[in-house]
Design a protein around this ligand. Structure first.
Ligand SMILES: [Zn+2]
Ligand SMILES: [Zn+2]
Length: 348
């Protein structure tokens, strides 16, 4: 008996699980290469997920336009359970073959925050253990190992493609939940996937009016089709000094931050979802205009669950955001297409 098959009997993986799989590694700016690598072996508290759909995130676009050490990215995904690690006797009611949505942030699993499913706030001695698709192998591959506590049973109302957008929808819901939105007039800067998910979440949270600003008229067409109020930066007159809440969902340069701040009235609320503004936010502006500033990143299991319900109910629409689905063998083309798209999905 080989070591590998011995490990399988402990890990409760079906005999049909292959030993190797194709996985996409970044290979220079905008370039990817497919390598055949070992199928990950789930740790005792993990499941092996057969990836069915994996979205390219805005953060991946930022990352892989630069030279980065090769890794398997992909953190927005849905799939089916191929098997379990050795200690998953009671795997939260999940069974082999079940469809699941994945929360990518991995905590210790034992602290109060992790028990609440708030892995970003893990208080374990080593803190957050990593993120699938960043410090742990991700889902631009046939399989990924995922702690069982990070799995949400997938709604039967969703396709795998739609389910792969539940995680960014939950990120949007988390951001919208940072500010009280009932009856508020809002601006979302950035009509990328996260911006449009934040904007729809703001509507769900009771916002009276949701503007979406972007420079790209094609992105704004999608915003308008979702019932949001489009605002083309540089062409349309932006609401100046009159809105209650502004979400900055672009990052990387200062212009979108200025658009967000300029729209707010005194005592307005600014929520930063994008980051990496080289000029930063002037404290003089915050002080003189009595602004309240919140940061937002990640999501919790409760938000993943709520986001999935909202997507399944059609209250957060993800299909209009999906502009392309590519096999993993064409990930370089998928990545190129994603640069001008809201959401491109890769399927192994
Ligand atoms: Zn993402
Ligand atoms: Zn923890």
């Amino acid at each position: 008996m080989s070591a590998r098959s011995g490990a399988r009997s402990e890990e409760r993986l079906p005999a049909a699980t292959p030993a190797t799989m194709p996985a996409a590694f970044n290979a220079g700016p905008g370039q990817f290469e497919l390598r055949q690598v070992a199928v990950p072996r789930p740790a005792p508290d993990e499941a092996l997920v057969r990836v069915r759909a994996s979205g390219i995130c805005g953060s991946d676009k930022h990352e892989f336009q630069r030279e980065r050490p090769p890794r398997i990215a992909g953190h927005e995904f849905a799939g089916t359970i191929a098997g379990f690690g050795s200690a998953c006797a009671a795997a939260g009611g999940l069974r082999q073959g079940d469809a699941v949505v994945v929360a990518p942030l991995v905590g210790c699993g034992a602290c109060p925050a992790c028990r609440r499913g708030e892995f970003a706030d893990c208080e374990g001695d080593r803190g957050v253990r990593g993120t699938i698709g960043y410090s742990r192998p991700g889902a631009f591959a046939a399989y990924a190992a995922v702690p069982v506590r990070n799995l949400l049973p997938m709604s039967p109302a969703l396709s795998f493609e739609e389910a792969s957008v539940v995680e960014p929808a939950a990120v949007g819901l988390h951001a919208a939940s940072r500010a009280g939105l009932q009856g508020q007039r809002c601006l979302v800067v950035g009509a990328g996937a996260i911006g449009l998910l934040v904007a729809q979440a703001a509507t769900v949270r009771g916002a009276a009016e949701v503007w979406v600003a972007d420079t790209d008229p094609r992105h704004l067409e999608v915003a308008a089709s979702l019932g949001l109020r489009p605002l083309q930066v540089g062409r349309d007159a932006a609401p100046a000094g009159e809105l209650d809440v502004a979400f900055e969902c672009v990052g990387g340069n200062d212009a979108p931050l200025a658009t967000a701040v300029d729209a707010l009235h005194k005592y307005g609320v600014l929520v930063l979802v994008g980051s990496g503004h080289p000029g930063g936010l002037s404290t003089r502006t915050v002080v003189s205009r009595h602004l309240t500033v919140h940061g937002s990143t990640g999501t919790a299991m409760a938000e993943l669950r709520e986001a999935q319900e909202l997507v399944a109910a059609g209250r957060i629409r993800v299909q209009p955001l999906i502009s392309g689905v590519f096999p993993v063998g064409q990930i370089t083309e998928a990545f190129a297409a994603s640069l001008s798209a809201q959401k491109v999905i890769v399927e192994p």
